[in-house]
Write a protein that binds this ligand. Sequence first.
Ligand code: GCU
Length: 451
Amino acid sequence: MKRLLVLLFNTIFIANIYAQQPFSAAQDSIRKLTELDHQYMLKQLNIRTLRPGANGNDSNAPNAANYDEAKANPYSNLPDALTFNSGKKVNSVKNWWIRRKEITEDFDREIYGWVPDNTPGVNWELIKTTDTVLSGINAVEKKIVGHVDNTRYPQIKVDIQLTLTLPAGAEVKIPVIMEFGFVFPPGIRRPGDTARASKPPPPEWQVECLKKGWGFAILLPNSIQADNGAGLTQGIIGLMNKGERRNPDDWGALRAWAWGAGRVMDYFEAGNEVDTKRVAIAGHSRYGKAALVTLAYDQRFAIGYISSSGEGGAKLHRRNLGEIVENLAGSGEYHWMAGNFIRYGGPFTSNDLPVDSHELIAMCAPRPVFIGCGDKGDAWVDVRGMFMAAVAAGPVYKLLGKKDLGTTEFPNIETGIMNGEIAFRQHSGGHTPAPNWPFFLEFAGRYFNKR
Ligand code: GCU
């Protein structure tokens, strides 16, 4: 229910922003345009029917989501991150970096899509600087907009929205934690709002960052690319396609959001406030997927907090528990992915994927990654499926001289496994990033405070 509300509000809010119509009319036209775009993609792929996604709302439905662990592993083998597509084993660090290219290409082509290599420049404008006080700490908040050069197709404007908050008077370049931010209409709580959690809320992570002398940034993904299929002819994807629909191997919203995060990194690199060797990327749920894609692809990000990313994120595609590949292939979510990915919800199955999510985690190696999730209220994300992916990414970290999880045994709730470069922790607050924030910040501190 919570999930549905989130989706609903998200859609309505965004629709209203860019369609400038009454809520219901905007929502309706978004839905219709999304259906048309999805259909158009199916036609390009020559797909007549798709298998239905798992139904997470009705346990009596014929396609009810599976929550029985005994049925969760229909396929016995995962692709091996350390075996080349030719069958040859990866036996050196040097070979890993060659193998990594192969894996990346598979993710590009089959899962997330290619980023065009001629994406335009971004002109960053500091809109406003505000002195502020957060829980007694003096800080400076900067509202910044990245105007994407739209010479190739002036009808589409993309203005990337960012806020950067730094402790007041910071004199050296400092670490920054950047989060993909949810935006909701005033008065509407976002998923993971601490007030909904069953336990007393931990201190706000932003305040904790300032206390450590770090900054934090909030990047609005929807200012880069809308969170629906209708928006695929707009945003950075639409700009690159000059307002036309996508080809099957074009990028989806996840890579577009990650691209935006990369442009923020460019901006940080050009400035003198942020220590760009110490920038973390964080996100929850769909933005947890985006954070993992960002960390995997853009090696400038030092570390990531990947919260409840589930299917399309850290969860193994080959698992059948909670949300599955078929959900992502449907019209509500296909826009996150490359069109090609839809084939795995139709003619192919998840077992046909040349890569699986443990290899996306492995792409982050040797950089530290924290995979977080909640308890029962977070079953949809397949907590164990994410843990299994984290385990299976281990050999790559070890090859690169780093520590893996150090166990293959699923840990007790609220027992963080945090001694290596891959960390995992399940909290008891449901579908929210909040309870794991202090643990992630502790984990990040291990790396950021080293010097
Ligand atoms: C839905 C979707 C998930 C996604 C979530 C969210 O539940 O199925 O994949 O992570 O929305 O972003 O809130």
